[in-house]
Design a protein around this ligand. Structure first.
Ligand code: ATP
Ligand code: MG
Length: 391
């Protein structure tokens, strides 16, 4: 049941239609809207973009800025509850909404995930190991950086994504230059770690604290952007998988988080686990759940928001997901989907973006099958057809 409501909160057939809202109109919002609609909910998207992927498929689209008072008022008027699909929604907007409607995740949780400095402090509070790092907000802090943090990666505290707002630095001179390049905004310098693998864990936590999870998925990045996700039993050592799930749950519990949360981890050369960052929303690495699980990460986002029961999702097929970046549309020519879709177990998801550009997430392609070997073979064939450097 939605907190503060009485009677049936079912999306369909309950007399008055329940409407759920989402801040942001990207592909994550689109898949949320689709999941909500399949349960009979009406949906509202707030996004300034006239042709946003979610706005195009939602019952209502409020085309306003995220901080526009009228836009926010309209959203609250229409919606029983509101979620967000990207972490850079201005916190004041979520505070305004949260004063009048259930908002999940909360402004506070999103505010922590938006800021690498607060985020790392939260991980440390939870007792989950982070990469050695230093906060750089002042020239004095820059000068005081310990030598053993180099070579490292300088990351802006706010507004980074897909490797943007990051610079690899190997000397103090490079560090100083990189910080100047970032206009001396607050940053963290992280020690460059020897990564063996990267994985992520997605949990959904309800208003009552109930928490369910997907098994950790293994992620390959290219150029700072997720390229491939491998989700199947045996993708990583069991002990590490268990450790990653436990760490994610403690990170969510400690925040009293409500909604879907993704935590990204590094697995180092010595098999130790280090937390990288969290996303207060469904995550690109969880898109395979749409086709390989009985409940997707978006179904769970709807359930958490609407206060419906959370049950542990079950993966019914091994899966490999390939991200489809704008690079594949070079020269304005669409990839040969007829060839790709001839492969067994291929599930194509395109986000309805009208313009392709380098690095832009246009869609994803998930392969499922009876066995890991079969899924790997078909995913490799698909990657080859598309010219993706897979795995
Ligand atoms: P996202 O799109 O996931 O939000 P982001 O821009 O926030 O990405 P990070 O997740 O911090 O960036 O880093 C992107 C990638 O860079 C990581 O997935 C990892 O491959 C690499 N990386 C980041 N930090 C480190 C580190 N300390 N040591 C080694 N590699 C790193
Ligand atoms: Mg990341």
């Amino acid at each position: 049941m939605l907190p503060g409501t009485t009677g049936s909160n079912a999306g369909a057939g309950s007399g008055q239609q329940t409407t759920l809202g989402v801040m942001g109109g990207g592909q994550l919002g689109r898949m949320f809207v689709q999941a909500a609609q399949s349960m009979g909910y009406f949906t509202v998207v707030l996004d300034p973009d006239v042709i946003s992927p979610a706005g195009l498929v939602s019952h209502y689209h409020i085309q306003s800025d995220y901080l526009d008072e009228q836009g926010l008022a309209q959203l609250m008027q229409r919606c029983a509850a509101i979620t967000t699909e990207f972490e850079n929604v201005p916190a004041p907007a979520l505070i305004t909404l949260g004063a009048h409607r259930p908002v999940a995740p909360s402004a506070e949780a999103v505010g922590i995930a938006q800021d690498r400095i607060k985020e790392k402090a939260h991980f440390v509070r939870c007792g989950v190991p982070v990469a050695p790092y230093a906060v750089i907000e002042t020239p004095a802090q820059l000068a005081a950086v310990a030598d053993d943090l180099l070579p490292g990666i300088l990351k802006t505290a706010r507004l980074g994504y897909d490797g943007k707002g990051q610079a690899r630095v190997s000397s103090r001179a490079e560090l100083t230059a990189a910080w100047a390049e970032f206009k001396n905004v607050p940053c963290v310098l992280e020690k460059l770690l020897p990564l063996q693998m990267e994985c992520s864990v997605i949990v959904a936590r309800g208003w009552d604290g109930a928490c369910v999870n997907f098994a950790p998925q293994l992620n390959l990045h290219r150029g700072g952007i997720l390229a491939v996700t491998q989700a199947y039993e045996g993708n990583m050592p069991l002990a590490l998988a268990e450790q990653a799930v436990a760490a994610t749950k403690s990170i969510a519990d400690e925040l009293q988080y409500v909604g879907v949360l993704c935590v990204e981890f590094f697995i180092l050369a010595d098999d130790s686990l280090v937390v990288n960052e969290m996303a207060p929303r469904p995550h690109n690495s969880g898109h395979y759940t749409l086709d390989a699980c009985d409940l997707s990460q978006f179904d769970l986002q709807v359930r958490t928001l609407a206060g419906l029961p959370l049950v542990q999702p079950r993966q019914h097929s091994p899966a490999i997901m390939l991200n489809l970046l704008g690079d594949l549309w070079e020269g304005g020519v669409s990839p040969r989907w007829d060839q790709v879709l001839a492969l067994p177990g291929a599930h194509l998801h395109l986000y309805g973006k009208l313009k392709a550009s380098k690095g832009r997430k246009m869609g994803h392609l998930t392969f499922t099958g009876a066995t890991v070997a079969e899924v790997r073979a078909n995913a490799l064939a698909g990657a080859e057809l598309l010219g993706i450097d897979a795995f």
